[in-house]
Design a protein around this ligand. Sequence first.
Ligand code: PHE
Length: 340
Amino acid sequence: MSGAQASFGTDALNGAKLAVEELNAGGGVLGHPVKLMVKDTQSRTDETEAVVAELTDSDKAAVLIGEIATDRSLVAAPLAQARGVPMITPASTSEKVTAVGDGIFRVCYTDAFQAGVMAKFARSIDVQKAAILSDASTPYSAGLAESFRKEFSALGGTIVAEESYRTGDKDFAAQLQAIKAQSPEIIFLPSYYAEAALIIQEARKQGIDAPFLGTDGWDSPEFLKVGGGAVDNSYFCSHFASETTSEAVKRFVGAYAAKFGNAPPPLAALTYDAVMLAADALKRAGSTDPAGLRQALAATADFPGVTGGITFDADRNPRKPGIVIRVDEGKFTYLETVDP
Ligand code: PHE
């Protein structure tokens, strides 16, 4: 809820609060009220271990919901797995997270999928030459760069430049110059909102006007606030569009807006689904026994999430649609839904 990706945690917490409130209004789970215990990693990998230890060893959580960012989930997952406490990440997309063990689940799609959505999108608007600019110091960004390279090339496109930076860098001039020299038609920039907005601003100053293509890490109002007009004419892959027309989603959007005063951001929707799925699995398991809960989670089929149906494959990943969002005139606009 604080630090570099504070916006993600804040939305996620609101989604969890709404889910717990609704569960308890309906009598709780297995005859008990659900208690939400909240700890802040401060967007830091080096705080994550202490947070997991407190929630599991001291608070005796039956299930962990989190973390949001891949890099922190990669710290949390082995600790949760070793303690036998099932963990459901609402939003960590790297394949590596659920690969940690049979107790680690996710309710979102994976990075190979979202990189494929953006590669297909680029080819659908006739892009032949793409560049990639990624953060080599985070598994999230580095993994996405690799997946996009593969997918875009497999679809007949050419990667004409590939550059990287490291978290905390402030100067991207050299990388952007190298990219500009190859005249790509789009630039794939898998990173989080604050950094992405700064990089795109810098690119516009250097006279690069090719559209940028991004990933779910851009998905925060902060991207628009920091980026201003510079981030117009770009596209990214999201998890949730509150404009969808299904009755269940409309009900969720209405309940969220009534409680928090705004439409639910994707992280609120994903985390709402993660908590509701945990409750559903607890009911199916009949107790909080970790082994039973893990089995019930693994057996999840057609769970009706507000972000889409959830059925786990053998690697505890669901197949969910990707949503392409266009950034223009200072706002996010729904463009299309890409099914897996
Ligand atoms: N997918 C991102 C990660 O794995 C987290 C994220 C999800 C950010 C959804 C925004 C929205 O790090």
